[in-house]
Design a protein around this ligand. Sequence first.
Ligand SMILES: Cc1ncc(COP(=O)(O)OP(=O)(O)O)c(N)n1
Ligand SMILES: Cc1nc(C(=O)O)sc1CCOP(=O)(O)O
Ligand SMILES: [Mg+2]
Length: 212
Amino acid sequence: MDRTFPCLHVITGHRPEETVRAVVAVAARLGATDRLAVQVRVDDDMCDREAFELTSRILGRCRPQGVLCLVNDRLDVALAAGADGAHVGAEDLPVAAARRVLGPAAVLGATCRTPAAARAARDCGATYVGVGPAYATATKTGLPDPIGPDGVAAVVRAVPDMPVVAIGGVTVERLPELVGCGVAVIGALRADPDGAAQRFLTALSRPLSRIA
Ligand SMILES: Cc1ncc(COP(=O)(O)OP(=O)(O)O)c(N)n1
Ligand SMILES: Cc1nc(C(=O)O)sc1CCOP(=O)(O)O
Ligand SMILES: [Mg+2]
């Protein structure tokens, strides 16, 4: 991948299209579209047709602005829609299999909760790792206890050559604790996507590789 890796990953939840429209517009206004990625994450009960159509519309917002667009879980939808890549976790295809499905050029994210898991994901072909839960979150149930900023930092140290994205309960106020990584957010954008995207992108005003 020859672009600077985005440091703000906006994951769709409530009102996906309105949120993406707002954050992409903010990023364009700030000249920060290379700092933003959008991950399309739909409920398990959304059928593939709907997921494909939603992803295609979101991609139509992202691509003209050069915003990276990834799809959570559903690799077939990512490929069919022409997204930039996908994100997989413990209940999805294994990283090596996902890499085979997506091909060598795609961006592939893998959820990892420990340094060892991050090293294994890197060795199996992940482009970046999503690490969490950094803090307690009400957005997803059934998660293990938060690993905190120290747990995130341990993963950052374990894979110095790959981007790390902290997820789970991340807020703008917590950014100073999260050193050397980007962040993925759902809830923090819910109430005011425009204002929150502005605050995140301003705070994360340096490329990921130079956040230290
Ligand atoms: C950037 C990022 N990190 C972690 C996740 C979580 O993925 P996963 O563990 O597969 O859980 P679901 O999101 O599928 O419920 C993510 N989506 N993005
Ligand atoms: C989808 C997801 N995965 C997590 C993990 O740790 O794997 S935490 C999480 C929810 C992130 O939402 P919010 O920003 O609202 O806390
Ligand atoms: Mg998943």
